[in-house]
Write a protein that binds this ligand. Structure first.
Ligand SMILES: [Zn+2]
Length: 188
């Protein structure tokens, strides 16, 4: 009896150590997820301070049929179905002309060419909107990613996403679909 009990010890130790590592992995995973979540929540709070006070219901309300009358099928897919145009295919990713980028669906003045920079991503990129009240943001967990979606404040159209790897002064990169925008060039 005594011998058998002694022989069991390595097995007990093995089981304990296995359980220990499973527990450690679980704690690390939990910590990792929480840390990532916290980072994005902080980002949202810092960069869109007005959104918590703003009414998230867009001013312009139209039926999907009405939007289809206004927008081309490509624009409709991006703006109303939250699509993404393929990189390096849009009209404005390489545009250097001066002017104001308006919402293609409602004409809301969203981004100035002054805040546009070459991100090399193949999408028009801006370090800030003209005014934070021109846009609204929300968390986007689609496609297994955690991103911050950017929408037109006036009509709710999907514009793109905002990331924290932009240049100074904001450190933000508003990655916007060309199909969501219409550039009104400055008069020469
Ligand atoms: Zn709009």
């Amino acid at each position: 009896m005594k011998v058998e009990k002694t022989n069991l010890w390595p097995l007990v130790l093995f089981k304990t150590s296995k359980l220990f590592w499973v527990f450690i992995c679980f704690v690390l995973m939990l910590f990792g997820c929480t840390a990532q979540e916290k980072k994005f929540v902080t980002m949202k709070k810092e960069n869109t301070p007005n959104n918590s006070q703003l009414n998230m219901t867009p001013e312009i309300q139209k039926t999907e049929e009405e939007w289809k009358q206004i927008l081309t099928p490509e624009q409709y897919h991006i703006c109303r179905e939250k699509g993404t145009e393929r990189a390096f295919t849009g009209k404005y990713y390489n545009t250097k002309e001066k002017g104001v980028y308006k919402c293609v669906a409602c004409g809301n003045e969203l981004f100035s060419s002054d805040a546009k920079f070459d991100s090399g991503t193949g999408w028009p990129s801006f370090y800030s909107p003209i005014d934070s009240t021109k846009i609204m943001t929300q968390m986007d967990y689609s496609y297994g990613m955690t991103r911050v979606e950017v929408m037109c404040r006036r009509c709710g159209s999907h514009l793109g996403h905002v990331f924290e790897d932009g240049p100074k002064p904001t450190g933000l990169r508003y990655c916007i679909n060309s199909l969501s925008l219409k550039l009104e060039k400055n008069n020469p």
